[in-house]
Design a protein around this ligand. Structure first.
Ligand code: PLP
Length: 407
């Protein structure tokens, strides 16, 4: 692809709207808020064709005209592909859904989670700026993606995880050549460690939303989804919300697509799904607040959404409210039950965060927040195989008499 099909123009403070030039690495805006990438969409509108782009191979990298990476030499590839929309049948019926329920299965991406989308972009941009030392706090999947894309680009990475992060994630990071530490604290406390070591260690901080390009990678979920559905968005989207990067990113994608004339002004209801043991966005939503207070004593086995404080809180809340959706909390027991249900009825092993969206759909239908026959998309953000699973597999002594009736 040639450089004239490049439309990224500058960064903008998500709070004040102040313009920031994108000619060097940035973290937060001068006002201390996330920076958003802006494109010359007016020019793009006359020059690019949605169907030509959608037909390309290469997964999320196909959307280059709507991404900030200028030169091909900075793109990092690990076999990205579009993730499938898997229709639920038995599980959907069991929770009272009468419309089409699709799971966007992000576990098929490199490193087994949608963190690949954001980190591929962040690492590619860091590479374009000549950075070589990247660090961040992570509940596991982000570190796995960071270490993989950094390794591929010949860069070094440091990941700081809460001590109880699933083993498989921590070991995966190490096998990608990343430095990884278990910290006796939660993710925002790991983030404070990165901030404290930044100067001394010469790190660039790639924490979500403290760096402007992870959101551009996550935005591709909205582009890809629209293309897969024939440029018609679903009635509702259920998104497991930690830092909220994906929800904010998709909302941004929808408005960019509208400005390009790819879709109209219709929008899905956006449901931000959190675990009852860590639900700062739900509490703020219910209180009618613009910002979310830190959640104390966060507890849930859905590690990816155990985020007590999100810097993009106001952006998540704004998108949810503008869409006519809601923020919903579901208990760990309900998440477990939804994971079991989906596996047994539909043969699809969800990650706990993905299972939370199925549980939330059940609540939304029961509470009348959406029509029973609404067309919905649930995000299964990671492979179910990356998580601890309940014990199974009774021992069978092949030398003893087998009780066939019990089998
Ligand atoms: C990171 C993560 C989330 C939360 O994603 P955000 O876009 O940061 O809110 C949810 N589930 C899994 C499995 C994750 O890794």
């Amino acid at each position: 692809m040639t450089a004239q099909r490049f439309y990224f123009s500058h960064l903008e403070c998500s709070d004040t709207g102040a313009r920031v030039e994108a000619d060097r690495p940035h973290n937060l805006s001068p006002a201390g808020k996330p920076l958003l990438a802006r494109y010359d969409l007016l020019r793009a509108r006359g020059e690019i064709d949605r169907d030509e782009i959608a037909a390309r191979p290469g997964g999320f990298w196909k959307w280059r005209e709507l991404l900030p990476v200028r030169d091909d030499e900075h793109v990092i590839r690990l076999g990205e592909a579009d993730t499938p929309l898997v229709e639920l049948d038995g599980a959907a019926a069991a929770i009272g859904a009468k419309g089409r329920v699709l799971v966007k299965d992000e576990g098929r991406l490199p490193t087994g989670s949608f963190k690949a989308r954001g980190l591929a972009l962040a690492v590619a941009m860091a590479r374009s700026f000549g950075l070589t030392r990247l660090a961040m706090p992570t509940n596991g999947n982000a570190g796995a993606a960071l270490s993989a894309y950094a390794a591929r680009a010949g860069m070094q990475s440091w990941s700081f995880c809460p001590a109880d992060t699933p083993d498989v994630n921590v070991r995966e990071i190490a096998l990608h050549g990343g430095r990884v530490y278990r910290v006796n604290g939660l993710i925002h406390e790991c983030g404070a460690l990165v901030a404290a070591g930044k100067q001394r260690m010469g790190w660039f901080d790639v924490s979500t939303l403290k760096e402007p390009y992870r959101i551009e990678g996550k935005k591709t979920m909205g582009l890809e989804l629209a293309a897969q559905l024939g440029w018609r968005l679903p009635d509702a989207i259920f998104y497991p919300t930690g830092g909220g990067t994906g929800l904010i990113g998709m909302w941004k994608a929808f408005s960019e697509m509208q400005r390009l004339g790819w879709i109209g002004d219709e929008r899905p209801k956006m449901f931000a799904v959190q675990a009852a043991g860590c639900a700062p966005i739900v509490r703020a939503f219910e209180d009618g607040a613009d910002h979310a207070e830190e959640w104390r004593g966060a507890r849930t086995f859905a590690a990816g959404i155990r985020v007590p404080k999100a810097i993009g809180d106001f952006l998540i809340l704004r998108a949810v409210r503008e869409s006519g959706g809601a923020a919903l909390a579901v208990s760990d027991a309900h998440i477990q039950a939804a994971r079991t249900l989906c596996g047994a009825r539909d043969g699809l092993l969800l990650c706990p965060e993905g299972a939370a969206t199925l549980a939330a759909l059940e609540r939304a239908i029961a509470g009348g927040l959406i029509e029973k026959d609404a067309g919905v998309v649930l995000f299964n953000c990671g492979s179910g195989l990356k998580y601890p699973m309940p014990a199974a597999g009774e021992l069978l002594d092949r030398n003893a008499e087998i009780d066939w009736d019990a089998i």
